[in-house]
Write a protein that binds this ligand. Structure first.
Ligand code: MN
Length: 251
């Protein structure tokens, strides 16, 4: 199969920066270890799961969101690497823009790759094993790539909880059903949707909880749509979903 490039160059190629006010995609130096999950109510609700690696946010769109039940494997469509700036975004993408809808910072924290493996290498091989120190996602998780079906667009992966003290057999959708507010502003999706913007500071907008710590002190970008002009960010119905029913096991 022809490999689909999902790197930061792809992000840039899809955009005309004389027309869009989105940030130019770039890789940053350094060894950050942040992760973020953005609940994105676009044409199809999904949770964008992003891990900082090699100066970008490696990204997957998870239609059903994560589950604490190790028996619940959740489809995660790989999306293009995103610039680190996207990790602070919460707000509304205007109707009519691609991916228009509401974005909530649903979880954030630190991720620790399996110390026995080089994640930059294993992600290319199609698997990542890591520990999350988020507010909602904690403990060990795995991501593993499936073999796309012939003609299938996109790169299907699975996100799965590993059995440990943070796992909860039978959790089902409880994690996403119970956690319905922003981890940085405490707002619901409806409250975010009715807000004018998100890049206000605590004092300027009178918000009690304000922006994420990571964003504090940085000049707000004029507009940051955490969205991709791609077929897979809004997970399409179709062949990829078959995997969710048939895949049994992981590498
Ligand atoms: Mn999205």
């Amino acid at each position: 199969m022809a490999a689909r490039k999902l790197d930061i160059e792809t992000y840039n190629k899809k955009r005309d920066f004389s027309k869009t006010r989105e940030p130019r995609g770039r890789k940053l130096k350094g060894k950050g270890d942040s992760f973020v999950v953005q609940k994105h109510d676009a044409s199809r609700l999904h949770w964008d799961f992003r891990l900082e690696l090699d100066g970008v946010l490696k990204s997957w769109a998870v239609p059903k969101g994560p589950s604490l039940d190790p028996d619940e494997k959740r489809l995660a469509m790989r999306t293009e690497d995103h610039p680190l700036d996207y990790g602070d975004f919460e707000g509304t993408i205007p109707a009519g823009e691609y991916g228009g809808g509401t974005v909530m910072l649903w979880d954030q924290g630190r991720w620790i790759p399996d110390p026995r493996k080089d994640p930059s290498k294993t992600i290319e091989e199609g698997h990542l094993h890591f520990t999350l120190e988020g507010e909602r996602m904690k403990g060990e998780w795995v991501l593993f790539r499936l073999n796309p079906r012939p003609g299938e667009k996109g790169e299907p992966w699975m996100l799965k909880k590993v059995t440990d003290d943070f796992a909860d057999a039978g959790d089902g959708d409880a994690l996403v059903d119970n956690c319905v507010t922003s981890v940085t502003t405490g707002r619901t999706m409806a409250e975010i949707a009715s807000g004018e913007d998100v890049w206000h500071s605590d004092k300027a907008a009178g918000h009690k909880t304000g922006r994420s710590k990571k964003a504090a002190g940085k000049a707000p970008p004029p507009f940051m749509a955490p969205q991709l002009a791609t077929l897979v960010d809004d997970v399409p119905p179709g062949a990829a979903w078959i995997h969710e029913l048939k895949y049994d096991g992981y590498r």
